[in-house]
Ligand binder design. Structure first.
Ligand code: SAH
Length: 238
């Protein structure tokens, strides 16, 4: 069957061209390295990784996947891009047997993977990915299909308002050059209320929305405060 994929190939090409530097903490993906410990703590406190099967959607070079495996999860990382997965597999070889045997990376989309893996995972993570797809709702629906009843789903994305435009695009891409220009498209940012609606429409139950405050100058990150720019969402399948 030849269905139209929920993929923006220009977005995938951008990630492909930057993938060689995925694990460089000073490189194009610097903010992902900086925010990783905080988001890992948030998810682990709510869904305890140890012994769980986790699907990481849009895993990229595997910064999140590896950290979850290090805490005892068995992780399947999926991504539409080939180069990000090559970066992930390459890095995994250097990460020791214990982590290596707990991760499997596959090139596919959430929707395609959901066709054969319904109700399969204790935890599904989809972080910093929804703002790169044409139809985020479709990915959220796939997450619902993929997670087991009673399981946990986590999203992270960028809010859409003048402040996030100024800080996440003008500031981060143009003034500070923290990430490459064109990384984000403002119209694809998602308001927390839109996210909550889509989660409920998919049949998941929102549990919590948490602001994530990233300071690119000091390279620190903390949870709480407002959800004006970055935020995390926890939902459960009934
Ligand atoms: N989730 C990772 C990486 C985020 S970067 C982290 O937070 O550390 C976004 C990733 O989503 C990229 O690797 C990109 O290739 C992937 N992606 C974009 N659109 C996709 C799609 N439709 N299906 C699967 N992966 C996609």
């Amino acid at each position: 069957m030849n269905k139209i994929e929920n993929v923006d190939s220009a977005e995938i090409s951008k990630f492909e061209s930057q993938s060689h530097g995925w694990w460089n903490p000073q490189g194009d993906f610097k903010p992902l390295h900086d925010i990783n410990p905080v988001r890992i703590r948030y998810i682990n406190e709510r869904a305890a990784f140890y012994g769980k099967s986790v699907l990481d959607i849009g895993c990229g070079g595997g910064i999140l996947s590896e950290a979850m495996a290090a805490l005892g999860a068995t992780v399947t990382g999926i991504d539409r891009g080939e180069a990000p997965l090559n970066a992930a597999r390459h890095h995994l070889l250097k990460s020791g047997q214990d982590i290596c045997r707990r991760i499997n990376y596959l090139q596919t989309t959430a929707e395609a993977f959901a066709e054969a893996h319904a109700f399969s995972f204790d935890v599904v993570t989809c972080l910093e990915m929804l703002e790169h797809v044409p139809n985020p709702c479709s990915v959220i629906n796939a997450c619902k299909t993929l997670v087991k009843p009673g399981g946990d789903v986590f999203f992270a994305t960028l809010n859409r308002n003048p402040k996030s435009f100024l800080l996440a695009i003008v500031g981060a891409e143009y003034l500070m050059r923290l990430i490459p220009r064109g990384t984000h498209t403002y119209s694809r940012f998602i308001k927390p209320a839109e996210m909550t609606d889509w989660i409920q429409q998919a049949g998941l139950i929102p549990q919590n929305i948490m602001g994530m405050n990233y300071n690119p100058i000091f390279r620190t990150c903390s949870l709480g405060g407002n959800q004006d720019i970055n935020y995390l969402v926890h939902a459960k399948r009934p």
